[in-house]
Design a protein around this ligand. Structure first.
Ligand code: SF4
Length: 259
């Protein structure tokens, strides 16, 4: 049922979404648009209230296409949004915001920050050790590239939040339109980060999940590390465009909030 939705929006994107896609291949395709050497496209820099106050850099480009994504336009038309920034320039902008607002945390968010490993690692080099850097990621590329987690582990002021798109590979595929195997890469990303010694915590979109699936997912995560049984749950925010996509897809959900 959900894949029908992805067929219905085939004119809504610069990318072919007629068929189920491979998220790693999509990451490579999108990276050709939003990454140039160690430069990366960003569309916004802002203070945010999350984590008790955090300076936020919103990047452009993702390897998934979650139906509920609140930054859908940047995901589906990465060529049309943002500007290229060096790691040094991004660090400077983040630290300026943090300094002005009295924050001790910065993060990359918006779309998927791991598309350019070179940019991300160099950005981390420019964040002082007394400032916590929060990486919000879907974990796909950290699951795919065995060296990624080890490279990130060099930065002790790093905290990673891996956001799962559903609690089973079937939910993942329905939510994202991706091959179901991408869910395994998310799990592998979490596992790689944990084994590399990175401070990491899982979160999951659960608005499309049954209680049984959520429970089984927690048990599965606990086999990686017992503390992962306590996931941060994410629920739908019904922005107008999100609601329209859900209606087109006739996609049922269990919980949702108005923004
Ligand atoms: S992984 Fe995040 S940025 Fe990418 S489509 Fe999903 S919600 Fe949007």
């Amino acid at each position: 049922m959900f894949l029908t939705f992805y067929e219905t929006i085939k004119n809504d994107t610069a990318f072919s979404i007629f068929a189920v896609y491979d998220p790693v291949k999509r990451a490579q395709d999108v990276a050709r648009i939003v990454c140039r050497g160690d430069l990366r496209k960003y569309y916004r820099f802002r203070p945010a209230r999350f984590y008790g106050g955090i300076a936020t850099a919103d990047c452009v480009g993702c390897c998934l296409r979650c139906i509920f994504c609140w930054s859908w336009q940047e995901v589906v038309r990465p060529g049309a949004y943002g500007k290229f920034y060096s790691p040094e320039a991004v660090a400077r902008k983040l630290l300026n915001i943090a300094f002005k607002k009295g924050f001790d945390k910065v993060r990359t968010s918006g779309n998927e920050p791991t598309l350019s490993k070179e940019h991300l690692l160099r950005l981390l080099q420019h964040i002082p050790s007394n400032i916590l850097f929060i990486l919000e990621t879907n974990g796909i590329l950290i699951g795919y590239d065995e060296t990624y987690a080890g490279d990130l582990a060099r930065y002790k002021n790093l905290y990673v939040r891996v956001s799962f798109k559903g609690t089973t590979q079937e939910e993942f595929s329905a939510i994202t339109g991706s091959k179901p195997e991408g869910f395994g890469l998310q799990l592998k990303g979490l596992e790689n980060l944990f084994h590399a010694g990175v401070e990491v915590q899982p979160a999951a979109m659960v608005s499309f999940s049954s209680a049984d699936n959520i429970s089984a997912f927690k048990e599965r995560l606990a086999t990686i590390a017992p503390e992962f049984a306590y996931i941060e749950t994410e629920e739908l925010l019904l922005y107008r465009d999100v609601e329209e996509r859900l209606q087109k897809a006739k996609m049922k959900y269990t919980t949702a909030y108005l923004p």
